[in-house]
Design a protein around this ligand. Structure first.
Ligand code: ZN
Length: 340
């Protein structure tokens, strides 16, 4: 794991080159005190916003659209239509906050629940809304069916590419940009509200989570950034952390993931696996691959830190792993359409 010295941290915002890699492993396991200074400080735009008096944030993000955020940085949203409330996701950490927030805004009942995708951390509290219309991508329905999780009731309406949901005076455009963070992970766009929600792809102000948030397709995550960057919106709901996003956040996230992809691509062109296979016991392919992945990450990490450590949150936490995920994606996905 990367070790970041405190002196380098202090200069990090000024663009200091931080070193890391296999040869720099920490000499001792960090204790509770050193864990605070082990990672670069969060830039201002990544710091959490305060929760409200009831323990959650309720933000009005469109004329009739609201976002609800609670610790540990989980988000859902809802639109109030003339015929009922449309809820987007039902994360377990919002089990009480989301129904309470809706009640605070309207007396109308929830009639529709949209699943952004099938991951339990975003929808496993769906039953709190009872017998409503549940809309999801067909792939999400298939995956939920496989899991047999009683906390994630089956969708009642599914679609493949596009779906227009009209409820009373509200219209939402649901679309699927192909496999990305998860198969079936969709974009929800409310044009009149100037709002879009997509979960676990753009995390406003932050670098991607570990293994690109367990992305089913890393190239798909990049292509999805292209689609999100084309939306005409004011506010973006990303599903995590303590604040909402803007079109600028989408633009910055897109630039970061393409930098990560392109820098890794370039380094791979001059970092040959045979060199590393020759260094280990004959036939130990895994060991050769590991040294190769580490060599690639050793070269890409400082390039990324120089440009990004002060611009996004937690760049130094999972970037090393994410570089290695890209290296693997090159071998197995082999996309030829990605460049920025
Ligand atoms: Zn997810």
């Amino acid at each position: 794991m990367l070790k970041v010295g405190t002196a380098a941290l202090a200069a990090g915002a000024a663009g200091a080159v931080l070193t890391g890699g296999a040869g720099q492993a920490a000499s001792a396991a960090p204790g509770p005190k050193s864990a605070r200074t082990r990672f670069a400080p969060l830039p201002r735009q990544a710091k959490p916003l305060p929760m409200g008096p009831d323990g959650y944030r309720l933000d009005r993000i469109g004329p009739e659209t609201y976002a609800v955020t609670a610790t540990p940085g989980v988000q859902a949203a809802f639109v109030v239509s003339s015929a009922g409330v449309i809820v987007m996701d039902a994360p377990p950490p919002l089990a009480t906050a989301l129904p309470a927030a809706i009640k605070k805004v309207t007396e109308k009942r929830v009639t529709h629940l949209i699943y952004t995708h099938q991951h339990a951390d975003h929808i496993a509290n769906a039953r709190v809304f009872g017998d409503v219309v549940r809309i999801a991508h067909a792939e999400t329905a298939r995956l939920i069916h496989n899991e047999q999780d009683p906390a994630r009731p089956m969708p009642t309406v599914t679609f493949k590419d596009q779906y227009t949901l009209t409820v009373g005076d509200q219209r939402l455009e649901l679309s699927y940009p192909g496999v990305n963070h998860d198969a079936g992970n969709i974009i929800i766009h409310a044009p009149r509200q100037r709002v879009a929600m997509m979960v676990d792809v753009v995390i406003p102000g932050w670098a991607p989570f570990r293994a690109w948030g367990t992305a089913d397709s890393v190239p798909g995550v990049l292509r999805t950034h292209d689609v999100l960057a084309g939306l005409d919106i004011d506010t973006f709901v990303g599903g995590h952390i303590h604040r909402l996003g803007t079109p600028e956040d989408i633009k910055v996230s897109r630039e970061f993931v393409y930098d990560l992809w392109n820098y890794t691509t370039n380094v791979m062109a001059t970092t040959h696996m045979e060199t590393y296979l020759a260094q280990v016991e004959e036939g130990n392919l895994w060991a050769g691959f590991r040294l190769w992945f580490e060599a690639i990450a050793d070269k890409v990490e400082p390039m990324i830190y120089r440009k990004w450590l002060h611009r996004l949150g937690a760049v130094d936490v999972f970037t090393r792993e994410n570089i290695q995920t890209i290296a693997l994606s090159h071998a197995i996905d082999a996309p030829h359409d990605l460049s920025f």
